[in-house]
Write a protein that binds this ligand. Structure first.
Ligand SMILES: NC(=O)C1=CN([C@@H]2O[C@H](COP(=O)(O)OP(=O)(O)OC[C@H]3O[C@@H](n4cnc5c(N)ncnc54)[C@H](O)[C@@H]3O)[C@@H](O)[C@H]2O)C=CC1
Ligand SMILES: O=C(O)C(=O)COP(=O)(O)O
Length: 531
């Protein structure tokens, strides 16, 4: 597989991919049309914050399986476009949290004691001791906007340095905040009470411009630290607030546009200190995120769960071996159901009976949908199948029952519309032997691989012999066959053939021409080019 890395990541991650035999190409300057060219044959793209992964990138990358973000923020990746194209987006949400928290603390101290300004003057030969009278963090109130992973680590560190903590985060429980010694307050109260304000939210439509002139006025002095994302705090408003004395200072690591424009107002205000997005830039953090992303890229290549996938059903890794066989069974059942149904589908129900019902089965359900849509869509997979269902107005229902009459575990994919429904059931026999055991209410025993012919016929003597002869005459070898009626005495029968060879259309027509045979469906299960 080919991996393109467009922002610098630690060698440990690159080596891990190379040692696994993948082709790894690094190009840190590529952008625009050159990026579109560069992704045309890649299977994975690894980025940090420096690459804009837009819809055009996904359109230009037909073989892309995963975009790995070696870090946390994914505001530079169009996740909706990724999902539409069936591409997994994964990040590394743990590896640089401490680095970001430490940088935040460092920036708060640096701003409070004017360290960069004093440093610069001393290096220029000026002993400006009398010009700097700093502020202690001890005893002051820290306002934290966004009490997630980084926010919490900042809270722990600055709590132990004697600060009082207030926090605003509408998505976090009071108990969690309590444990950190932080008082959860409303947004305005957080601003009003903060002597130091630090933001740790992602950049989203909701947080863009969250803090601007009016919000900064509520602080009435003090310092603002932003080591989260440029754009959460309005840059012009912040520069003006420090310049006109509304605030005492600010410390900024991240910018709305990076690399930052030399004309950015934040760069010209003396009491705004800046770093070029260095929050995650420690050796330990970079090694952590690079190896995490390399592992996830390889998991995606191997069709294994990608632990930090942001747009794919998540799976507990310890449960994966138990559900793995059912991923394929559900897909196959979905494929067979959709092709036999041959009609408009308005609902897909994926139901689980027996032991399997105890597991978290989002991925299996998505796989069942993938099977249903496989004959209809290009590049459909478990990532985009739920979206495709929604876009097409197809309801998806997942049901579970611990009881199973005949099998230890049974997965059924049923396709429906207002008039009728058709279900296909699969199970796993001892020794990891997958079987399709029911089709449209008929008990069968079919191997879910290769080529399959499903015939519906009137239950008359000689029909099976006739089908066998026609297939044989046309050099189609029957590997297995199962004939079923729903109940003894029924006139309608269904016959499933596992075949070693494809069945040409002319042969199918020959079978259909016999008045005892009412339907013939040929299904290929392995390579996706079903008819
Ligand atoms: N400067 C740097 O190099 C680094 C920057 N970051 C950035 O730090 C930020 C936080 O990262 P994590 O803590 O890992 O994310 P997280 O997802 O663990 O935490 C984010 C928190 O923000 C909260 N939140 C979301 N919308 C909010 C709103 N409107 N108001 C208040 N709170 C809101 C969420 O509930 C969550 O608790 C991200 O933007 C990330 O990109 C992370 C690492 C390094
Ligand atoms: O992980 C994050 O969200 C960061 O902001 C770090 O960004 P970077 O990997 O240094 O471009």
């Amino acid at each position: 597989m080919k991996v393109l890395i467009t922002d610098p990541i630690a060698d440990a991650g690159v080596q891990r991919l190379r040692e696994a035999g993948h082709e790894v190409v690094t190009d840190y300057d590529v952008e625009g049309d050159a990026l579109l060219d560069a992704v045309s044959d890649v299977n994975a793209l690894v980025v940090r914050s420096g690459t804009e992964v837009s819809q055009e990138v996904f359109e230009a990358a037909p073989d892309l399986v995963i975009v790995g973000r070696a870090g946390i923020g994914v505001d530079n990746i169009d996740i909706d476009a990724a999902t539409d194209h069936g591409v997994i987006v994964a990040n590394a949400p743990e590896g640089n949290v401490r680095a970001a928290a430490e940088h935040t603390v460092a920036m708060a101290f640096a701003a409070a004691r004017s360290i960069p300004q004093a440093h610069q003057r001393l290096k220029a030969g000026e002993w400006a001791k009398g010009d700097y009278l700093g502020t202690e963090l001890n005893g002051k109130t820290l306002g934290i906007v966004g009490l997630g992973r980084v926010g919490q680590e900042v809270a722990k560190r600055l709590d132990s340095l004697g600060m009082n903590l207030v926090a605003y985060d509408p998505y976090i429980g009071e108990e969690r905040a309590d444990r950190l010694g932080a008082e959860l307050v409303e947004f305005e109260a957080c601003l009003e009470r903060a002597d130091f304000l630090t933001v740790h939210t992602p950049l989203t439509p909701e947080t863009a411009g969250l803090i601007s002139t009016d919000e900064l006025k509520l602080m009435g002095g003090g310092y603002v630290v932003n080591c989260a994302r440029g754009g959460v705090i309005d840059e012009a408003a912040l520069a003006a607030a420090v310049e006109d004395g509304t605030l005492d200072g600010a410390a900024i690591d991240v910018f709305e546009s990076e690399p930052v424009d030399p004309d950015n107002p934040l760069l010209r205000v003396e009491d705004v200190i800046v770093t070029p997005h260095l929050g995650a830039s420690t050796e330990a953090a970079q090694e952590n995120v690079a190896t995490s992303i390399a592992d996830q890229v390889m998991a995606a290549f191997a069709d294994e769960p990608v632990i930090n996938a942001l747009n794919a059903p998540s799976v507990d890794q310890s449960a994966f071996p138990r559900i793995r066989p059912y991923i394929d069974i559900a897909e196959t059942a979905g494929k067979i159901a959709a092709q036999l149904f041959d009609d408009r589908i308005s609902e897909v129900e994926v139901s689980y009976e027996g032991e399997i019902a105890e597991e978290d089965l989002d991925l299996v359900t998505a796989s069942g949908l993938k099977g249903v849509f496989a004959p209809l869509e290009w590049q459909v997979n478990a990532v985009n199948a739920p979206n495709i269902a929604e876009e097409r107005g197809i309801d998806v229902v997942e049901t579970k029952s611990r009881q199973s009459a005949d099998f230890q575990s049974l997965v059924t994919v049923t396709v429906k519309n207002d008039d009728r429904s058709l279900g296909v059931c699969g199970t796993l026999f001892a020794g990891d032997d997958p079987r399709i055991v029911r089709i449209d209410g008929y008990r069968v025993d079919a191997i879910p691989h290769g080529q399959m012919l499903v015939a519906r016929n009137y239950d008359r003597p000689g029909v099976i012999g006739f089908i066998g002869t026609v297939l044989g005459d046309n050099d189609v070898n029957i590997a297995g066959m199962f004939n079923a009626r729903r109940a003894p005495g029924d006139d309608a029968a269904l016959t499933v053939y596992n075949l070693d060879n494809p069945v040409p259309e002319a042969v199918r027509n020959e079978l259909l021409a016999d008045e005892r045979i009412t339907d013939v469906k040929y299904i290929t299960l392995d390579n996706g080019d079903d008819e």
